[in-house]
Design a protein around this ligand. Sequence first.
Ligand code: UDP
Ligand code: MG
Length: 322
Amino acid sequence: MPNQVELSIIVPLYNEEKNITKLCDALISIIQKLNYATEILLIDDGSKDNTANIISSIAISDDRFNSIILSRNHGHQLALTAGFRYVRASKAIFILDGDLQDPPEMIVNFLEKFNQGYDVVYGIRKNRKESFLKKQMYWFYYRLIKNIANIDLPADSGDFALISRKVVDYLNTMPEQNRYLRGMRAWVGFKQTGIEYNRSARHDGKSNYSWKKLFELAYSGIFNFSDLPVKFITRLGVISTIIALFYLTTVFIKRIWFDGVPVGFTALIAAIVMFGGVQLISLGIIGEYVLRIYKQVQQRPLFIVDKIVRDKKIHNGQDFQS
Ligand code: UDP
Ligand code: MG
């Protein structure tokens, strides 16, 4: 099988010990119905529970499964990046979460589109089973980024997708450290389409995306795919200059032709506080770019692999040649 894999399924896992068995059973029953030589690549993203051991033993006992154990928690986007680096599929790569929120059976619909000539088929979340606040924030964020992004980013679509080998090869050539994969996927181009689906609730456990991780991802979306933040500073500067000029002119006219220019202490404080705020926001935005540039020039590897279990053999990540 090794060199003839046509379809790879990537699943990033972080503390998913209670979901793995159910997920693997579902995937097996689906791939049995498909007519593709398939590998399932399970990626452990530095789990603190027993996930790494479970997936290693699955890969040792069943040659349809391979697994990658990362050296620590690198985050969902980098776990997927590791997956993209090691998949062997010649045709397509299917990406889904390990908590059964993404229905595995959708692969059938995705493949149908793929066979019609689409390079990327992504899922569009018709509804979510999340808290009210999270739902509103997701809704707002996806509309915001769609409007400000330099490229066409589909709303309500995440990493759940089927991607052609060609697109994955391009993703592998992109060295950016802050990875917003759904954006990078759209950036690559070719024929892309979305299919609506209902996003289920998590099978077991709670979300591993802390608010911090969620905000980091959202930031990467905005800063990596929109020039608006930095342009916003210039606009803010222009607007405040215009306001200041207008104010100065009126004071000047009053002083020449009329009496009693008000001694505006309140106005002064207000202006200082406001422009102080504007300057801090601007510095923060510039700082965000500097931070990103700094991370990029460090050129650290995107992820570190501890162990790879492939073709029922355990390899040391360091000297494993894909
Ligand atoms: N995940 C990961 N690394 C992390 C966080 C999450 O590999 O640091 C995996 C997780 O196991 C799951 C997928 O990424 O398979 C999506 O994560 P989660 O379900 O926690 O996010 P949500 O569905 O709440 O957005
Ligand atoms: Mg989830």
